[in-house]
Design a protein. Structure first.
Ligand SMILES: Nc1nc2c(ncn2[C@@H]2O[C@H](COP(=O)(O)OP(=O)(O)OP(=O)(O)O)[C@@H](O)[C@H]2O)c(=O)[nH]1
Ligand SMILES: [Mg+2]
Ligand SMILES: [Zn+2]
Length: 345
């Protein structure tokens, strides 16, 4: 739901709408269940375009509207024009997969991000780790959803494994037999926006359909009149449950490259972050420094994994931020100096 202080930014002739989906410059917007909007009487999302001014002022992908965004719109000769994006509470984004350092927004204004993994042979902790790191770095509350639990007699081993990485809630369920679906209830409500992300085939859309199925009207409306229901897997798409919960489905991601993720790495590898305080050198990089508590204590596999991810995260941040690079250079210089001093003693 749009916070009141942001709703106050909307002035006539503009009204507020929520971005449902985006497809090459064309958007679908809908009234938010809780918004006072011109669009409110419409039962279906409407097509909208961004204004010329917005197009000219947009430099990076994040400057364009994304599913979950609250935007101001106005009617102009029968067309719905998006005038501006209202301030975002948060933005789930990953590094673009084209190799550039630009970040690719996935969804905005989330109350809970459901990182979805399946209890089958595709289960992969390393991939989960990347999602958790990204969620933490984007400052988005997350929960891990372990789907397809009907395929396993006992999912507790997987749940325990997930808990070694994710400090948020873990919900084990099956959209197939309905077990555990009630675990999602506390995350739903008129003022809640939730999104499902994860690899292709983990069951995100099935889960959402399952939630919508108990609300037959909502899904029928969307499917018969707009034919959107079938396309939930090819683009990000926001739908409302009848209780007002906004649910965003996203297409499965093949890879999740880290962007600006150092905070997330520190949180996921909390053990390392804590141990770092016990290293002999306060600015120990846990490489080949003597007296490194991290190297001495942490399991080799965890260490290698941490090193790889923190290297990737740091590399991306450097690319983004020259100042950070300069500071890092100074830091290295100081470390070498110190090491030299130590050696020459
Ligand atoms: N056994 C079992 N199969 C499931 C369950 N949920 C989904 N599936 C199956 O998993 C397959 C993929 O499900 P989708 O919901 O399309 O997966 P998705 O995550 O939306 O995939 P993308 O849209 O490609 O990202 C389908 O064949 C579903 O029937 C479940 O709880 N149990
Ligand atoms: Mg899908
Ligand atoms: Zn160390």
């Amino acid at each position: 739901m749009l916070p009141k202080n942001i709703a106050a930014l909307v002035e006539s002739p503009f009204t507020c709408a929520r971005v449902v989906s985006q497809d090459r410059g064309s958007y679908l917007v809908a009234p938010d269940a809780n918004l006072d909007s011109d669009l409110k009487n419409m039962s279906q999302p409407v097509r909208a375009e961004i204004s010329g001014a917005m197009r000219h002022g947009a430099y990076v992908a994040a400057d364009f509207p994304i599913a979950g965004d609250f935007v101001t719109v106005k009617n102009s000769n029968g067309a719905t024009i998006i005038d501006r994006i209202l301030p975002r509470k948060n933005l789930f984004a990953r590094r673009a997969v084209d190799g550039s350092s630009e970040s690719q927004p996935i969804a905005a204004n989330l109350d809970t991000l459901f990182i979805t993994v399946a209890a089958n042979k595709d289960f992969n902790l390393r991939r989960l780790e990347r999602y958790v790191i990204t969620a933490v770095s984007c400052n988005i509350p997350y929960a891990v959803v372990l789907t397809k639990c009907d395929l396993m007699a006992d999912a507790s081993i997987l749940i325990d494994a997930i808990r070694t990485i994710a400090h948020g809630p873990v919900l084990a369920l099956s959209a197939q037999n309905g077990s555990g679906m009630e675990l999602l209830a506390p995350f739903c409500g008129a003022d809640q926006t939730i999104a499902f992300v994860g690899s292709s085939g983990v069951g995100k859309s099935t889960l959402i359909n399952c939630l919508l199925a108990s609300e037959t009207l909502a899904i029928n409306k969307i499917r018969s009149q707009d034919d959107r229901g079938r396309h939930t897997t090819t683009r990000r798409f926001l739908q409302h449950l009848t209780d007002g919960t906004a649910i965003i489905d996203t297409p499965g991601m093949r890879e999740l490259a880290l962007a600006d993720a150092e905070a997330g790495v520190s949180e996921v590898f909390a053990e390392i972050t804590q141990l770092a305080g016990r290293c002999r050198f306060r600015d120990c990089l846990h490489g080949s420094e003597p007296g490194c508590a991290v190297k001495e204590t942490v399991a080799d596999s965890t260490y290698e994994n941490w090193r790889k991810l923190s290297k990737e995260a740091a590399y991306e941040s450097r690319k983004h931020d020259r100042e950070a690079a300069a500071a890092e250079k100074a830091k290295w210089k100081a470390i070498h100096k110190k090491a030299n001093r130590e050696r020459n003693r």
